[in-house]
Design a protein around this ligand. Sequence first.
Ligand SMILES: Cc1cc2nc3c(=O)[nH]c(=O)nc-3n(C[C@H](O)[C@H](O)[C@H](O)COP(=O)(O)O)c2cc1C
Length: 202
Amino acid sequence: MKRIKILAIVGSLRKESYNRQLALAAKEILENRVDFSILEYQDVPLMNEDVEFPAPEAVKRVREEVKSADGIWFFTPEYNHFFPGVLKNLIDWLSRPVSDEEPHVLAGKPAAISGVSPAITGTSMAQDHLVTLISFLNMDVMNVPRLVISNVMQQLDSDGKLALKESYPFLEKQANAFVSFIEKRIMCKEMLSNKYGPCRQS
Ligand SMILES: Cc1cc2nc3c(=O)[nH]c(=O)nc-3n(C[C@H](O)[C@H](O)[C@H](O)COP(=O)(O)O)c2cc1C
């Protein structure tokens, strides 16, 4: 089987983002087994239908990166019990058809969700909203396991970096589960021809 490509989408543009650090920890767990990269999308403009066609260069680039990935792993903070607007803006761009012939690039893509927050409630509400959106867009969501890390301040090292003490095994578990989830989808696609319809068994 070819080497799997996982693209991480972090819902925070902050340089020291804990969610970005969580994505980097997942990369470290998986990098011997998969190609794991983080999508950079700071330059994607605000969605405005006046500038939708032709697509801005940054939008073309992120679409290509999503298209070439076998799975998308979202790492989202929670803003006001929702996921951040920058992530919604990115997904709005990705949700649009590429051309008259090509559908949008998220449809059918395996997706996993994690998130870390300083609050006691973690990012569960943000994640629930994100699941609603990406399910509407027909992504193939791995709902179990999802990873909600709360109280992040208790898992920092002396430099204030994410040290992932008790949460590390849960991240490992989710990483392994997501790789298996994607592998099954790839095998399933290889085994079944289109006439049998979409292959969604877990
Ligand atoms: C506009 C805004 C709203 C926020 N609302 C929430 C919230 O509803 N729940 C929560 O747990 N944290 C909330 N926070 C705190 C963020 O979770 C915290 O800043 C977190 O570290 C952001 O993720 P990052 O470290 O990946 O950038 C909010 C932060 C901002 C800027």
